[in-house]
Design a protein around this ligand. Structure first.
Ligand SMILES: Cc1cc2nc3c(=O)[nH]c(=O)nc-3n(C[C@H](O)[C@H](O)[C@H](O)COP(=O)(O)OP(=O)(O)OC[C@H]3O[C@@H](n4cnc5c(N)ncnc54)[C@H](O)[C@@H]3O)c2cc1C
Ligand code: SF4
Length: 439
């Protein structure tokens, strides 16, 4: 049901992209921002549906029609506030959510003349949505969050706003998890994470960065805190186990991206980089290798129609010079003392491809620490931490969420899981409201 009458069709406008030749010279994002007038016109395309498909498709239940209405009026203050109400990291959702298969995919306008540009507007609101959090009355409860990825940050933000004292532990020196170590700056401007770090600290969240939590520290935290949240991610690269995979020059995508994102990726001028995979991680590797100077080929074992990467990322990689090979299944890595060729099975028989680097972007899986067993925290057969629908683990005072309970997924689903677990923790503090659970 549409509450507003369909206006004369205003076409959907995509932001202009910087030319590929210019993009390759830096690590900045590709989109040029739309003018405020264009943003308002695009926001005004929203039909304010009675049952908004966009909101229902958003894992965070973002109040999209409401903030679009505020943006259409040019009330950026109100729009930013509304965006922030349901999303702990709106700047991240704006930059990297696959809107085409979430809110925009479900938009009523998608069936008319193109979905409302929710992603573009959310991106534009990102800076305006990074707002200080107003002062909070403390309630005497304390929670330790392990993992400063989107799941841990969402949990910390929700608890902190409810008056709980929160301390976040992470082995990395900066917050963000894979947003910092995995996703390159041309997709997500890292200064947004630094700004979010400051905002959370100003709001009272404490961070203990550079701290690897082991079984002993976990036992100590259980003594000190009322509850714990585990947002450990799923950062073990899927193994391929092919002959020659130990040769220097064969690299796992996450290790390679972590070096590149820390600024210590080696230059690849004049080198040939072969990226194996067809998801977002493969596209990020391809575009990063292009910026380091490599000639890049992406080899995917399926047909083009089965690529899991977002169509926009595939298009950007192509424009920047990546060559794609489909239905190429790797069989063997070859070379004397380092990688020089990869043998593939192709629809036309075996084929050798010369290369200097092979970057394996074949997906990740959870790597639950062995010490979880010491605390009777049950693990599923595939390595995910077992939780109920509020993120409660099999330990009475431990909750979990994000990639370590879902398997590798999206930043927005990790945030939703972190927030859900925070709700679970809050209800455990208030037994009258407690619903269900393991025990
Ligand atoms: C290359 C790449 C591209 C991606 N692109 C997109 C995209 O475009 N859109 C999208 O929505 N998602 C994307 N994702 C997925 C997204 O980044 C993840 O789903 C999300 O970050 C998961 O959040 P999380 O908080 O569960 O875990 P993580 O982000 O993995 O964070 C876990 C944190 O826990 C810390 N930690 C783990 N164990 C310990 C310990 N024992 N002690 C202390 N700290 C610990 C880690 O250091 C890490 O900081 C991408 C992922 C990758 C790798
Ligand atoms: S953004 Fe699309 S689905 Fe959402 S309320 Fe507006 S027209 Fe409807």
């Amino acid at each position: 049901m549409l509450k507003r009458e369909a206006l004369p069709p205003v076409p959907r406008v995509e932001p202009e992209l910087r030319p590929a030749s210019q993009r390759l010279l830096d690590w900045a994002v590709a989109d040029r921002p739309l003018s405020d007038a264009a943003l308002r016109e695009q926001a005004a395309r929203c039909l304010d549906c009675g049952v908004p498909g966009c909101r229902n498709a958003c894992p965070l239940g973002n109040r999209i029609p409401q903030w679009l209405a505020a943006a259409a009026r040019g009330d950026w203050e109100r729009a930013g506030k509304l965006v922030h109400e349901t999303s702990p990291l709106p700047e991240v959702c704006g930059a990297i959510c696959p809107q085409y298969r979430l809110c925009e995919g479900a938009c009523a306008r998608a069936r008319l003349e193109g979905a409302v540009s929710i992603g573009t507007l959310e991106r534009a609101l990102a800076g305006r949505a990074q707002r200080p959090i107003s002062s909070i009355r403390r309630n005497g409860r304390q929670v330790a969050v392990i993992g400063a990825g989107p799941a841990g940050l969402a949990c910390a933000d929700r608890l902190n706003r409810s008056g709980v004292r929160v301390r976040v532990y992470d082995r990395e020196s900066g917050i963000g998890g894979l947003l910092r170590t995995g996703i390159p700056a041309f997709k997500l401007d890292k200064s947004l994470l630094d700004r979010r770090h400051s905002l959370l600290e100003e709001a009272g969240v404490e961070f203990r960065l550079g701290r690897d939590v082991d079984g002993n520290l976990m036992a100590h935290l259980l003594e000190q805190y009322d509850a714990l949240f585990l947002g450990l991610g799923a950062q073990r690269s899927r193994a391929i186990a092919l002959p020659g995979d130990e040769l220097p020059g064969v690299e796992q995508a996450l290790d390679w991206l972590a070096r590149v994102n820390a600024g210590s990726g080696e230059p690849l001028q004049g080198k040939r980089a072969l990226i194996l995979g067809g998801g977002d991680t493969a596209m990020d590797c391809a575009r990063a290798a292009l910026r380091l100077g490599a000639q890049v080929t992406v080899a995917y074992r399926g047909p083009e129609a089965r690529l899991r990467a977002s169509p926009k990322e595939v298009r950007l990689a192509r424009e920047e010079g990546a060559i794609f090979l489909f239905d190429y299944t790797p069989l063997r890595f070859l070379g004397l003392d380092r990688l020089s060729r990869v043998l593939f099975q192709t629809p036309n028989g075996p084929r050798l491809i010369d290369c200097d680097r092979a970057i394996l972007a074949l997906g990740q899986q959870p790597a639950p620490p062995t010490w979880l067993a010491r605390f009777d925290i049950a693990i599923e057969d595939d390595g995910r931490i077992r939780v109920d629908d509020r993120g409660h683990t099999t330990h009475p005072r431990v909750w979990a969420g994000g990639d370590n309970t879902l398997g590798p997924d999206l930043a927005v689903t990790a945030m939703a899981a972190g927030r859900r677990a925070a709700e679970g923790i809050l209800s455990s503090f208030n037994p009258i409201k407690r619903i269900g659970g393991w025990r």
